[in-house]
Design a protein around this ligand. Sequence first.
Ligand code: RB5
Length: 147
Amino acid sequence: MKIGIAADHGGYVLKEIIHPFLLSQGLEVVDFGANELDNSDDYPDFVLPLAKAVADKEVDRAIAICGSGVGASVAANKIAGVRAALINDHFSAHQGVEDDNLNMLCLGGRVTGYMAAQELIIAFLNARFTGEERHLRRLQKVHLLEK
Ligand code: RB5
């Protein structure tokens, strides 16, 4: 599985921890930056290229990190085909995929500790969309807004 990651300055430290963690899990990682800690950088500059890569299926799933995870999720959901959510609990990390076909996990680098983040990431990556009719029906109503 190919995983895209991105972070602004608020998520940079956590991104630098999860990057080697993902590699240790045998995953291919594409890092969309930031490539250095710059307190004046802006999350859309990293999250939107990542979101476009998800929409274009250049990566299978994505993890975006800003300080709270809020800005990352707001920006990513502007891109058609992206289903991003700020996740802080284990249940939502897998249920978001199973029911809502979540393809981008957003984390708060200033909120979620690195061990908890790793567990959320594993739950997210191991989960699969069930494809059940009621979930497809609901997603279809969402996707109509993208036209
Ligand atoms: C940056 O200071 C911070 O606003 C950003 O990382 C993020 O938390 C926005 O939602």
